[in-house]
Design a protein around this ligand. Sequence first.
Ligand code: G
Ligand code: G
Ligand code: MN
Ligand code: NA
Length: 254
Amino acid sequence: SALESELLRALGSGEIQVHLQAQCDVSGRIVGAEALMRWQHPQRGFVSPAEFIPVAERSGLIVPAGEVVARQVCAVLLRWRHEPALAGMTVSINVSPGQIRDARAMQRLLDIVTEPGLPHGAIKFELTESVFVEDFRGVRERMAECRSRGIRMALDDFGTGFSSLSYLKLLPLDQLKIDQSFVRGLPGDAGAVAITRTIIGLSRELGLETVAEGVETAAQAEALLQLGCSTHQGFFYARPLPVPEFEALVRAPL
Ligand code: G
Ligand code: G
Ligand code: MN
Ligand code: NA
């Protein structure tokens, strides 16, 4: 497709830039970020990830695109080492099924994110439950290898996909991310409250960190705190921002 060939060209052009969305603790302090890919096209303008990520996944271009993101994240983390306000920060990178399924692509990605000098434990990979449908054991082994090389593993959009819970205890995981569809219903929707409470309890029992996504209001943040989830991400705290704007926000919090 036209978009596909444009994307191939864009990968070498600098048009693909990582934006960072803050993850905050109870006090509102920024403790990390999720890296989100953005495409600024010279003629089309801003191309939405909702449009180009599916194209990248179908065409296999998600592999080189993911490498562009990983390199940018590493460059940022290397720079942050020299600035105390930024030095402790973690950054999560989304990893698509097409990246983790391909063993050689996964090796290259791991080589990028284990560059010497990067702070240990600073990088997380976010996977969605859909990656386990095809090759559970293969993916589990790759996750274990990532972890043995200092990458932390998060399960994204938790509660929306592959519904068997038995797989959770079999996976080398560090974090569950509560999907925004549950957070959206807080505090009024009793079903959303029950599901959110259950995810937080499950996560705690399994020794995992819990991050809530899509926090848009003070009332949602308050409900999450009462339910025991203290790491939050969402527009209430910050939108995904270009790296310099994210850095400015960390240096001079609102
Ligand atoms: O902000 P948002 O519109 O960025 O993201 C839309 C979708 O694109 C989300 O599902 C998000 O996980 C996905 N996405 C954003 N950036 C990346 C990336 O760098 N790699 C992959 N694989 N997915 C991404
Ligand atoms: O699928 P994944 O969880 O990786 O993607 C995160 C997506 O959620 C991105 O598209 C990001 O821009 C979006 N997002 C982040 N915070 C909020 C929020 O508070 N509300 C909404 N509606 N979307 C959000
Ligand atoms: Mn994500
Ligand atoms: Na999500």
